[in-house]
Design a protein. Sequence first.
Length: 50
Amino acid sequence: MKKLIPLLSAIYIISPIDFIPDVIPVIGWIDDVVALVIGVSAMFKKTEKS
């Protein structure tokens, strides 16, 4: 499951479906930024343990 987190976060970022719509300035991008941070941190945690 931990291997899927970076992939799923990338899919969420490029997906047109969001929890908060991107048409709302700044606030709409927060969920994309959170997904990016979660995906990148999961990717680095995965590579540190290898």
